[in-house]
Write a protein that binds this ligand. Structure first.
Ligand SMILES: Nc1ncnc2c1ncn2[C@@H]1O[C@H](COP(=O)(O)OP(=O)(O)OP(=O)(O)O)[C@@H](O)[C@H]1O
Ligand SMILES: [Mg+2]
Length: 227
């Protein structure tokens, strides 16, 4: 199927990302880039594994009724994934734009916390929760993207680390937004309160929001102690 590129969105170390159209629908193409310094065979294996893993996780989440880009095409030998283009702009731009209203910032951060808990309730950790990988629509609703490092897990540690990553990013890259992490964390907890206990997944029970928060505090103090 042909993807008609329109604009390059991102040139990263791992992937070149374009917006365009696929079967008349607004789409995004993630083309894996080869890394010169890695052995070509190893490079191919690692890159392919991540791409296939991202596609699988996106499908799993979509089937669970969670808003994530739909997977439309996967070309393994060609190293390309075609997914639905989601509306919105990355959280990093919302936070860096001085013109963004306080109200939208608050809504975006709260929606981010809720989206992370909704993901975690599926026994999936994101693995790369930077403010580039969270899209915010005009109403301030958050959608998580970039699942290349996401994994299915039941141990609390990776869940705590997800929150630690977003905490580090908010304090290091967006220090002017005081208390940003508290909005994310309180919404993370409240989402669980409003949804009730997370249903059992195929591998068992996922850590509760309280357990994850406790682990997050623990990760944070370990990192502070060891520098
Ligand atoms: N489904 C999508 N809808 C809209 N925009 C998207 C979508 N997927 C990606 N983008 C945009 O492209 C950017 C890069 O995509 P993504 O984060 O998936 O690639 P990446 O894995 O980070 O690449 P690298 O690891 O090489 O940096 C995102 O930050 C976002 O701005
Ligand atoms: Mg990314």
């Amino acid at each position: 199927m042909v993807f008609i590129p329109d604009k390059r969105l991102h040139l990263g170390a791992e992937a070149e990302v374009w917006s365009g159209s696929w079967m008349g629908r607004s789409a995004v193409s993630k083309q894996r880039r080869s890394r010169q310094w890695r052995h070509p065979n190893l490079d191919k294996r690692l890159g392919t594994r991540r791409m296939v893993s991202e596609a699988k996780i996106l499908m799993r989440l979509h089937n669970a009724g969670i808003t994530v880009p739909q997977v439309w095409d996967l070309d393994i030998p060609g190293g390309r994934l075609i997914i639905q283009r989601m509306p919105g702009i990355p959280l990093i731009e919302i936070l860096n734009n001085a013109e963004t209203s306080e109200q939208l910032v608050i809504k975006a951060l709260r929606s981010t916390g809720a989206a992370i808990r909704i993901l975690h309730r599926q026994a999936i950790t994101h693995g790369d929760l930077s403010s580039n990988n969270i899209l915010i629509d005009e109403q301030g609703n958050a959608v998580l993207i970039d699942f290349g490092l996401a994994v299915i897990d039941y141990e609390v540690e990776r869940f705590g680390i997800d929150l630690h990553v977003i905490d580090e990013i908010l304090s290091a890259s967006h220090p002017n937004h005081h208390g940003a992490i508290d909005l994310v964390l309180s919404a993370y907890l409240e989402e669980e309160k409003s949804l009730g206990t997370a249903p059992e997944q195929s591998g068992g029970l996922v850590p509760t929001a309280e357990e994850v928060l406790e682990r997050f505090e623990n990760v944070r103090s370990r990192v502070r102690y060891h520098g």
